[in-house]
Design a binder for this molecule. Structure first.
Ligand code: PSV
Ligand code: MN
Length: 396
């Protein structure tokens, strides 16, 4: 790939940022407050607009309902548009209602399952107004004890409930199934892995695909292989980028294991160059899903974007012909070195050039700090001091 082509692809990269990444968050032990953190959806969008202004590759914002609930989605859509943004994936919340103690769509009680389905249908209605394409579903359902419920009964309830929602999607909409192997339940999770998410998306059809959240696998899982298989099956729908050391840590993507992120992009680039997998690769939605507990939220988001850009740029530099020859001839060390050569390239000068050609500051982090935006917002956004109560790490 020549330099011009690489630069074009980098300019056209798109990364969605999460509304909740701009708000106060914490662990289940404490929610830390930051004086500049966004409190309302409008403030979250204002902050996302800063990220877009400085990076040029983050024009959409994922919403989480009801964290971002508003009574006028038309107004919010226009508000976002005026800021140069669009509303991205809609994330229903199937995990923060008293009735969901024994599950939402897998609950043994039909009326509770209906409540969960109605909530997802409400999200579909919101998507019609905002123009969102993806209904991004993370199912927290599971059980805590052996014998608590029937695996097969729960699987069938899940399928039946999701099918009701699938049937109500517009032609342009997709349903993305986000799996996670444990938490908040600790004996079983009803949608625990890519196999289950794949089964659902195959059972439903073309408008369903799998979403890979990098934090949702057991330690040691080869995520890049999962990505490659899903691309090969035409069922990779999207990502939630973040990084982990232990469990679902929601740290800045590329902070703990940048090589893994690069290897994931290596599979994406390879699939985008293959006629059999190009369509699927082109349709992947790239979203960030992180909890910025102790970093300035906008800085953490800009840092995430830079880390992703670097991983993608490096993957674009892999010498595909040399790699294919080494693989074919069984030159194991050469094949590995070919991948590592690209990984070890300093792509920062290239990305600075790309940003300058896009009319942006070559160093978005310094530009953000110079703008003193957070200082100004801290004054504007009178913050209440946090209370030391047990609270969810998720904050809308
Ligand atoms: C669950 O851990 C998850 O990854 C889902 O995407 C949720 O919607 C999100 O985190 C909330 O932060
Ligand atoms: Mn996620």
């Amino acid at each position: 790939m020549d330099k011009k082509e690489v630069k074009n692809l980098l300019k056209n990269q798109r990364l969605e940022t999460p509304s909740w990444g701009y708000a106060d968050s914490g662990t289940r032990f404490y929610v830390f407050t930051q004086s500049s953190a966004a409190r309302t959806l409008e403030e979250k969008l204002e902050d996302a607009a800063q990220v877009q202004k400085l990076t040029g590759v983050c024009p959409s914002v994922a919403i989480h309902i009801p964290w971002d609930k508003t009574d006028d989605w038309g107004r919010i859509t226009r508000f976002a548009k005026d800021l140069g943004l669009s509303i991205g994936a809609a994330n229903p919340n199937l995990f923060q209602e008293q009735e969901y103690m024994l599950g939402s769509v897998c609950n043994p009680d039909e009326t509770i399952r209906k409540k969960a389905v109605d909530h997802m249908l409400e999200c579909v209605e919101i998507m019609k107004i905002t123009g969102s394409k993806d209904l991004s579903i993370w199912l927290a359902d599971g059980t805590n004890y052996p014998g608590q419920d029937s695996f097969r009964a729960r699987k069938r309830r899940m399928e039946d409930s999701f099918r009701e929602v699938y049937e109500k999607l517009d032609q342009r909409m997709r349903m993305l199934f986000e799996y996670k192997f444990f938490e908040p339940y600790f004996y079983n999770t009803d949608l625990p892995d890519w196999g289950t998410a794949y089964l659902l998306s195959v059972a439903f059809g073309e408008k369903a695909a799998v979403l890979v959240d990098l934090g949702h696998h057991p330690l040691g899982t080869n995520i890049e292989q999962i990505v490659a298989y899903l691309l090969d099956e035409g069922k990779l729908g999207g990502f939630h980028f973040n990084n982990k050391k232990y469990a679902d840590d929601d740290l800045v993507v590329g902070s703990v294991n940048p090589y893994e992120l690069f290897l994931i992009y290596n599979e994406l680039v390879s699939a985008s160059l293959d006629a059999d997998t190009r369509a699927c690769a082109d349709g992947v939605a790239y979203m960030i899903d992180q909890s910025h507990n102790i970093k300035n939220k906008i800085e953490a988001t800009i840092q995430s974007v830079i880390n992703i850009q670097e991983a993608y740029a490096k993957a674009l530099l892999v010498d595909r012909n040399a790699l294919a020859s080494a693989q074919k001839e069984g030159r194991v060390l050469d094949a590995e070195e070919c991948v590592k050569d690209a990984y070890n390239t300093d792509v920062r000068p290239l990305l600075r050039e790309v940003r300058e050609e896009m009319g942006l500051d070559p160093d978005p982090m310094s530009a953000f700090r110079r703008s003193a935006y957070s200082k100004k917002k801290a004054k504007e956004r009178e913050k209440k001091k946090g209370t030391a109560k047990m609270s969810s790490g998720f904050q809308g």
